[in-house]
Design a protein around this ligand. Structure first.
Ligand code: UDP
Length: 343
């Protein structure tokens, strides 16, 4: 049976896609170096711990398994870090993908689903952002993802490589059944950071709080930080388009079916089409969790556009994809995951 190689399949989005592929009877093998992913997140399929930069390991996987398609989730993805250490981003994201593409072509594997990002657009010229919006990334992270999209386009022309590049907006939420979810250390993303504060507060005891550290006394909690309150938005805080990870996973299944059906190369946005400010998210977390959150207003974080909202009309029209979860479902599932006792 043909098998899908999932690079970065132990990470947040890759592990949800791997799980859904297994539920739909697809055969998968996950390759992940566990730099950010977790062993426990690979709930089905074979798992190989290793690096996509390792040519001989990749060749061996292509020989050992009957791989007909690669799904590529592995990347450094923190905007601020990419500004301070750009070469690590070019090395890990661009150079390692280049190696992997060479080996794919060498082994005659010519289908790939690629995790791209809204960061390829840069500062939006209009909202909602559709796929025709100019790409002008403002940070190395976005530039590396755009460089890979360009490589894919060139490989299609030269070698007939067919790709689906999915430009995610803000992925959030967790598996409905609570089996897997987002876990980074340190956490930088808004929703899990707020939920960690909510968890601390809900424990109602400094002694039990997982976030207690130096400088936080009994009954005090590290607050939710709002990065910038002077943006040109209705409440002054940044607006983003949050999309549930399981809705992203469904789009990946459609991409697999499209490519297995000899479909042509595509690029699609994946977002909900709804924008929520940082304050909207905080209010929604308070509503879902019943916790009153301590908040601190902080300066802007560099490189943050005021608003990013997707138009996902194209994938809706062409593949009938539409998100099944709103902000409520995102926060409910993520809260369920955050409160789940850790093994
Ligand atoms: N943000 C915030 N406080 C935090 C983390 C994030 O106000 O502790 C804001 C951030 O400035 C951005 C939005 O929340 O406007 C989403 O940030 P995140 O890091 O989750 O995703 P990004 O948009 O950078 O991909």
């Amino acid at each position: 049976m043909s098998c899908i190689l999932i690079i970065g399949g132990a990470g947040y989005i890759g592990s949800h896609v791997n799980l859904l592929l297994g539920e739909r009877q697809y055969s998968t093998v996950v390759l992940d170096n566990l730099s950010k992913g977790h062993n426990w997140a690979v709930l089905q399929g074979d798992f190989i711990c290793g690096d996509m930069a390792d040519r001989s390991l990749l060749s061996k996987i292509f020989k050992d398994y009957s791989i007909d398609m690669v799904m590529h989730f592995s990347a450094h993805s923190i905007v601020g870090e990419s500004m301070s250490n750009p070469l690590a981003y070019y090395r890990n994201n661009v150079a390692n993908t280049l190696t992997m593409l060479e080996i794919m072509i060498e082994h005659g594997v010519k289908k790939i689903v690629f995790s791209s990002t809204a960061a390829v657009y840069g500062e939006p010229g209009y909202i909602p952002i559709d796929e025709a919006h100019p790409t002008n990334p403002t940070n190395p992270y976005g530039k590396t993802k755009l460089a890979i999209e360009n490589m894919l386009e060139d490989c299609d022309r030269a070698h007939g490589l067919k790709y689906v590049s999915l430009r995610y907006f803000n992925a959030a939420g967790a598996d409905e059944k609570g089996r897997i979810g987002e876990r980074y250390d340190p956490e930088t993303h808004l929703i899990p950071k707020i939920l960690n504060v909510a968890k601390s507060v809900s424990f109602q005891s400094a002694a039990l709080s997982p976030l207690m550290g130096e400088g936080w006394g009994e009954g005090e909690y590290p607050p939710v930080e709002i990065y910038g309150t002077d943006y040109d938005t209705p409440d002054g805080t940044c607006i983003r388009d949050y999309i549930h990870v399981s809705d992203l996973a469904e789009a990946h299944i459609m991409a697999v079916e499209h490519l297995r059906g000899s479909g042509d190369s595509r690029i699609y946005n994946l977002g909900s089409g709804n924008g929520y400010s940082v304050r909207d998210v905080i209010n929604k977390v308070e509503e879902v969790t019943g916790v009153n959150l301590p908040v601190r207003e902080c300066p802007r974080r560099s490189g943050d556009p005021a608003r990013l909202v997707a138009s996902s009309e194209l994938i809706g029209k062409e593949w009938q994809w539409k998100p099944g979860h709103g902000l409520d479902g995102i926060i409910r599932t993520a809260w369920n995951w955050v409160m789940k006792p850790r093994a």
